[in-house]
Write a protein that binds this ligand. Structure first.
Ligand SMILES: NC(=O)C1=CN([C@@H]2O[C@H](COP(=O)(O)OP(=O)(O)OC[C@H]3O[C@@H](n4cnc5c(N)ncnc54)[C@H](OP(=O)(O)O)[C@@H]3O)[C@@H](O)[C@H]2O)C=CC1
Ligand SMILES: Nc1nc(=O)c2c([nH]1)NC[C@@H]1CN(c3ccc(C(=O)N[C@@H](CCC(=O)O)C(=O)O)cc3)C=[N+]21
Length: 284
């Protein structure tokens, strides 16, 4: 049976560390504040936002919500982004995605000051990551790297395969694995023989958004398997992209859903907000 990589426990430790950093800054008179932009009332987004704000409260980060109706104009959101960029009391902020309707997030993401970009999703942050400049890292990929590192999973020199190439997860994750000196392969929907490629992986990270798509036939004996996928089941539970029961017989370690990458994503948002506050204060 594969060892369980407990994201909930590691995330709790990171929240404690962040809480310590927040009180250090507070003692120097630097308050830490996260602003959240939410457009529309998509139930999943509303839940994510309220969870993130609860996390903030737990570690002593003040949070402010800027909620808009679904028909808000891009112009209005852009004006808010610019105001938050210039507001010295705001350590960092993010725009909850997806935006309602068919609104393109790119012009808004492009306007975010990279030193306040706690989601790490602006083209500037992505470009800085790609060329190896310091930047705030996207929360989910960074959470995966932190979870592996803190569970003692070696990456240097190892064969890593990522399934998925989104700007939110797969692409930045591939860059972070490279930075850890893994040998990285990225698969996507046009990959010809997925199982043939994923079976090479010593570390397999799955972020395809396809419920239960990865089974024992995709996994090398002894591999570490990270499941980023999240799907709501008929009975209201959560499940991932990996068929856990099946894969746990072949993998040496794996992340559960829930309790794996999801809590790490939220912890890294807090970490980034503290980091942004240090940057604003000239301490980082
Ligand atoms: N735990 C967490 O904190 C988070 C979880 N998620 C979850 O992770 C999953 C992925 O999210 P996200 O990256 O935003 O999703 P996207 O839909 O943006 O990207 C999915 C990627 O997977 C690839 N893909 C789809 N089907 C296959 C297939 N059959 N074989 C190989 N590759 C495939 C796509 O390829 P192509 O590019 O060719 O279309 C694409 O690159 C979702 O379930 C999402 O809910 C997301 C963010 C955070
Ligand atoms: N700009 C942007 N940034 C994101 O970070 C982002 C996004 N857009 N779009 C949607 C995805 C999804 N996502 C999750 C975060 C936490 C959990 C999480 O906490 N999951 C818990 C369970 C929570 C529950 O019970 O509902 C767990 O897996 O244990 C899940 C999913 C962030 N996303």
């Amino acid at each position: 049976m594969a060892r369980v990589l407990d994201g909930r426990a590691v995330a709790a430790r990171i929240r404690e560390e962040v809480a310590g950093g927040v009180s250090e800054l507070a003692a120097r008179g630097v308050p830490v504040r996260l602003d959240v932009i939410l457009a529309g009332e998509d139930p999943a987004s509303v839940t994510y936002v309220s969870n993130k704000r609860r996390d903030c409260a737990e570690v002593g980060i003040e949070s402010r919500l800027h909620a808009f109706p679904a028909d808000v104009s891009q112009k209005e959101l852009l004006a808010l982004v610019e105001r938050l960029n210039g507001d010295p009391e705001v350590s960092g902020f993010f725009i909850q995605l997806p935006l309602p309707g068919r609104m393109d997030p790119l012009p808004l993401l492009s306007a975010i000051d990279p030193s306040k970009d706690v989601d790490g999703l602006s083209p500037q942050s992505a470009g800085r990551l790609a060329v190896g400049l310091p930047c705030l890292l996207p929360c989910t990929p960074h959470g995966v790297i932190q979870l592996l590192g803190r569970c003692g999973v070696e990456l240097e020199g190892r064969e890593a395969v990522v399934v998925g190439r989104s700007n939110l997860v797969g692409k930045p994750l591939a860059l972070l694995l490279l930075r850890e000196n893994a040998t990285v392969t990225v698969c996507h929907s046009r990959t010809r023989d997925l199982a043939e490629v994923t079976r090479r992986a010593e570390v397999l990270v799955v972020a395809a958004g396809r419920r239960g798509m990865i089974g024992a036939e995709h996994v090398r004996e002894g591999a570490v398997v990270v499941d980023v996928g999240i799907h709501r089941t008929e009975d209201g539970g959560l499940t991932g992209d990996v068929r856990q029961e099946e894969v746990s017989g072949r993998a040496s370690a794996m992340t559960p859903v829930p309790g794996g990458v999801g809590p790490m994503t939220r912890a890294m948002l807090l970490y980034n907000t503290l980091e942004a506050a240090r940057l604003q204060a000239g301490l980082s």
